[in-house]
Design a protein around this ligand. Structure first.
Ligand SMILES: [Zn+2]
Length: 257
């Protein structure tokens, strides 16, 4: 689809991604703290309201060299990272996924936006807000309902299977291994990816989670048995299979099956 919209269109999509990323930063800060989403942004240190010209995605962070204009309190690198990531993934959606129609594109924008927010909230607070799962599910309906109704039905089975498996893990580990948030997150993943990509992405999540867990224990950043949020690994694996899943499955089928 990238050929159809041209370079100007691509830049437009990237800027849209930066702006949505800026809004995601608000969600990431306020959702876990049960704050309202309205009202102006303020500096977490000096509480001064941030002027519009200091709130331009990416640009303001660079111009302010990552510090609050008033009190010089460092602004977390997380803010520009979320903005940039959203911009890049939006470009990825229009350039790297077979999408039908504008509603499909908007659906994928909603899905990747929800996933970015889930990644950063789970990393910091070990929770996955239901609102974000709902945004992702609505996005999936936008992707599949207009022209892929049969695919939606079969993907629902993948979603149910993945979440039942995680519910089982949640129950046998008495909630210590997997949270209910993870159960809902893999439902969304199955709904979007379908079979067999959901299997590959869950496998990748367990693999990367185990590798990072071992590294954290060896470097004494975490103790054995200490909780490590699994959401970021699920989101990373989901995005990997969203953009490269077809190629990965093709490669695996060619070499191993
Ligand atoms: Zn300040």
């Amino acid at each position: 689809m990238i050929g159809e919209i041209g370079v100007i269109g691509e830049i437009g999509v990237f800027v849209l991604g930066l702006c949505i990323g800026s809004f995601l930063n608000v969600l990431i800060y306020r959702l876990p703290r049960s704050l309202t989403l309205g009202g102006r942004s303020f500096c977490p240190k000096c509480k001064k309201q941030i002027a519009w010209y200091d709130n331009i995605p990416l640009v303001s962070f660079i111009l302010l060299r990552g510090k609050c204009r008033k009190c010089q309190f460092p602004i977390s690198l997380k803010y520009p990272v979320v903005e940039l990531l959203t911009g890049v993934l939006f470009i990825g959606v229009i350039g790297g996924i077979r999408v039908i129609g504008a509603i499909g594109v908007l659906g994928y924008f909603a899905i990747v936006s929800a996933m970015i927010a889930i990644l950063f909230i789970d990393l910091e607070h070990q929770i996955i807000p239901d609102e974000l799962i709902a945004i992702g599910v609505f996005g999936a309906l936008g992707v599949f309902l207009p022209s892929h109704l049969s695919l939606l039905t079969s993907n629902l089975l993948s979603a149910a299977g993945a979440s039942l498996f995680f519910l089982f893990l949640h129950l046998i580990t008495k909630g210590k291994g997997m949270g209910l948030g993870d159960v809902k997150l893999v439902f969304l993943m199955g709904l979007v990816l379908g079979f067999p990509k959901i299997i590959g992405s869950l496998y990748l999540a367990f693999l990367t989670g185990a590798i990072v867990g071992v590294i954290l224990i060896l470097t004494k950043k975490k103790r054995f048995g200490e909780h490590l949020p699994f959401g970021p690994f699920l989101v990373g694996s989901f995005l990997t299979f969203l953009f490269w899943g077809d190629r990965i499955i093709q490669w695996l089928t060619y070499h191993f099956f």
